[in-house]
Design a protein around this ligand. Structure first.
Ligand code: C2E
Ligand code: MG
Ligand code: MG
Ligand code: MG
Length: 281
């Protein structure tokens, strides 16, 4: 201990630790400022059916930081999740996606598109989460049936009764529930059966090596069978090549998302993408 530091002063003697702490404090601060100054944007990535038709878009958060440049969610979502910032950010995502649904609903080429938003466990755990979603939907005029909420399996470690009740409340209003990154978490098959979910998203880590790894191929086969038996959809994430798409289609997969069909892009670019796509391919 340093006497010079005095009794009431906390000092870091490990410069590496100090760097981590101050980097973290400045990230939190920047996130706060970023929300105020509208530095966030939702990008949209297409989801297609087995005929190649565009059916939905996943909203993916991007942060345009004045000095850091474009920051990807993997770099700031974990930090935001440790504080209440994720709640403000989550509300913003919900509002922005609903406004986008209304814009798309007004134009024939995009009228039937659904939007999937990612919801962090902390956000979903808010006692008034369902009320928030429904009031944003109502205020925006967006069709609840076109909104999907992507949750991760880890949420299923929470109180199952409450989780199911919230999911049911959303489902009753038409909002779809999708389990993201499926296969990487801890979900129990017993609970899965009880959950009112409409879709499993097969994690892209299984899709990546599907052509060369018999293990990954059989995991995907199992997930597809599971989804089929539960009567819900399965979407393959991270499809980058037509060979992967064909392999998945051959296993019975009917919905796809990945760079093969389109990268996440800002709304204006997504609109161009829609215009270029054949009207009814
Ligand atoms: P996710 O929900 O699993 O989203 C899919 C991620 O895979 C996205 O990364 C997307 O850009 C990427 N991806 C899509 N297709 C391909 C592909 O063919 N190849 C490869 N290599 N990657 C592909 P992104 O946008 O960096 O987002 C990462 C994660 O951050 C998301 O994973 C999600 O968990 C989280 N996230 C993104 N937006 C939000 C948000 O608004 N709220 C919350 N709570 N989390 C978000
Ligand atoms: Mg997702
Ligand atoms: Mg995912
Ligand atoms: Mg993921």
């Amino acid at each position: 201990q340093s006497k010079a530091a005095g009794r009431n002063t906390l000092r870091f003697f490990d410069p590496a630790m100090q760097a981590v702490v101050s980097a973290r404090a400045s990230l939190d601060n920047d996130l706060r400022i970023g929300l105020k100054q509208r530095q966030f944007q939702l990008y949209y990535q297409p989801q297609v059916d087995d005929a190649g038709n565009l059916v939905a878009a996943e909203a993916l958060l991007r942060w345009h930081h004045p000095q850091r440049g474009m920051v990807l969610p993997t770099e700031f979502i974990p930090a935001a999740e440790e504080s209440d910032l994720i709640l403000a950010l989550g509300d913003w995502v919900l509002e922005t996606a609903c406004a986008q649904l209304v814009t798309w609903a007004a134009r024939p080429a995009t009228a039937t598109l659904c939007i999937a938003i990612n919801v962090s466990p902390r956000q979903f755990r808010q006692p008034d989460f369902v009320g928030r979603v429904l009031s944003v939907l109502a205020a925006s005029g967006a069709d609840p049936c076109k909104l999907k909420v992507e949750l991760t399996e880890n949420l299923l470690l929470d109180d199952v009764g409450q989780t199911i009740a919230k999911m049911e409340a959303l489902k009753t209003q038409g909002v779809g529930i999708s389990l993201d990154d499926f296969g990487t978490g801890y979900s129990s098959l017993t609970y899965l059966k009880r959950l009112p979910i409409c879709e499993l998203k097969i994690d892209r880590s299984f899709v990546r090596d599907i052509l060369t790894s018999p293990d990954d191929a059989s995991i995907i086969k199992t997930i597809l069978t599971l989804a089929h038996n539960l009567g819900i959809d399965a979407v393959a994430e991270g499809v980058e090549s037509d060979a992967q798409r064909a392999f998945l289609a051959n296993l019975g997969c009917k919905a796809f998302q990945g760079y093969l069909f389109g990268r996440p892009v800002p709304p204006a670019e997504f609109d161009l993408f829609v215009e270029r796509a054949p009207a009814d391919a």
